[in-house]
Design a protein around this ligand. Structure first.
Ligand SMILES: Cc1ncc(COP(=O)(O)O)c(C=O)c1O
Length: 387
């Protein structure tokens, strides 16, 4: 095994993507702002026979980030796109065609479903949803024209695990050309590596942990060898590129992602156990808890858990959930997560057809930031007292 493959994850995160010797010894890559790239002569220009040819096709800054992610995902290549949602929609454009059948896990990020229902369906693609709990029965849903299976684990806002290796295997057995895609934003490549478990395409909202500071939007899609060329060609065709300033910020965030995630994970586990003891909380939705229904799958496949989870407020309706949220002082009310600060939201589930939320009360989704646990507990107590 090479020295680099033996290195611990924090060592790799500190150095991935940029060799200081390639740019005058500077520790960080230059921020290249570019549309135009000049060629030395006509011949080079028509053959495009130099590494960089136009701003939409990558720069040394975007390459540094894409290479780091390709390494972390053990992928063939990675495209960078303007948001996490674009990282979901663009691979659908890459692998679906008129007449395709697409299988989508019902518990996924709601805007992914919105894209399928409002855009993808207009192109003659049939979309079918399935339960995140499906096992061997998934085989019966596969058809010769099933070109894409879209997975996410744990499920958005309800946090169910699905059996990624099993579903990937069944999809490929039924149709070897099928592309299995996964939104891996919750786990990051530090806690789950989809391509090592049979998935073909791994999707990230880099907006979340890789950025880590609630100030940049970006997405990435990493593909294995079979799926890489089509993905890359599609991005070039669509022109969905990112700028050097944003790519630099994400690479900067990536350097500390391991130590931040360790802190998020430790605080979140302590808070989840504390909340489990509270009689006002019917359930804590976090697959790393030993009594969570998804625990066995999480323990088998994942190497860690991040800082986003749900609590079911016992007997609480929307008004009680709103009182909880309005009483919080430290937690911000916001739709994102994975930054340095605590956030809370009461999700809605209007569009789900199969993976319904628990019935004991409303769910509050909590993002645990880097604040001290004692302060977070005091704030949650304020919320719980208000319901
Ligand atoms: C699981 C998941 N995937 C993708 C996204 C989309 O990311 P972005 O906000 O960068 O579009 C989000 C955003 O909340 C998310 O929670």
């Amino acid at each position: 095994m090479s020295d680099e493959k033996m290195q611990g994850i924090n060592t790799r995160l500190a150095h991935l993507g940029h060799d200081p010797r390639s740019y005058h010894g500077f520790v960080n890559p230059p921020v290249v702002r570019a549309s135009t790239v000049l060629f030395p002569n006509y011949q080079t220009m028509v053959e495009r026979s130099q590494k960089y040819t136009y701003g939409t096709r990558g720069t040394p800054t975007t390459d540094a980030l894409a290479d780091a992610l390709t390494d972390l995902e053990s992928a063939q290549g990675t495209i960078l796109v303007p948001s996490g949602l674009a990282a979901i929609s663009i691979p659908f454009f890459a692998y679906a065609k008129a007449g395709s059948h697409v299988l989508v896990v019902d518990s996924l990020y709601e805007p992914n479903r919105h894209f399928c229902e409002t855009v993808l369906s207009r192109f003659g693609v049939e979309i079918e949803y399935f339960s995140p709990h499906l096992g061997e029965d998934f085989r019966s849903l596969m058809r010769p024209e099933t070109d894409i299976v879209m997975l996410e684990a744990p499920g958005s806002n309800t946090f169910e695990m699905c059996d990624i290796p099993l579903l990937s295997r069944l999809a490929h057995e039924a149709n070897p050309d099928c592309v299995v895609m996964m939104d891996n934003t919750w786990a990051t490549p530090l806690f789950f590596k989809p391509l090592d478990h049979g998935v073909d395409v791994s999707i990230h909202a880099l907006t979340k942990y890789p950025s880590g500071h609630s100030d940049v939007l970006m997405g990435s899609v990493s593909a294995n060898e079979r799926c890489w060329k089509t993905l890359h060609d599609t991005q070039i065709a669509l022109g969905t590129c990112v700028q050097g300033d944003e790519a630099y910020l994400i690479l900067r965030g990536l350097r500390s992602m391991g130590v931040r995630l360790a802190h998020h994970e430790r605080s979140t586990m302590e808070l989840c156990k504390w909340l489990q003891q509270d009689e006002r909380v019917a359930r804590v939705l976090y697959p790393a808890l030993p009594d969570d229904p998804g625990y066995d799958i999480w323990k088998r496949d994942f190497t860690g858990a991040s800082g986003l989870f749900g609590i079911v407020l016992k007997g609480a309706d929307e008004a009680a959930g709103a009182r909880f949220l309005d009483a919080l002082k430290l937690f911000g009310l916001g739709y994102s997560w994975a930054g340095h600060e605590c956030l809370a939201v009461m999700p809605r589930f209007g569009d789900r057809t199969i993976a319904q939320p628990p019935e004991e009360g409303v769910i509050i989704r909590l993002q645990i930031g880097l604040e001290d646990v004692a302060d977070i507990k005091r704030d949650l107590e304020r919320g719980l007292s208000a319901i």
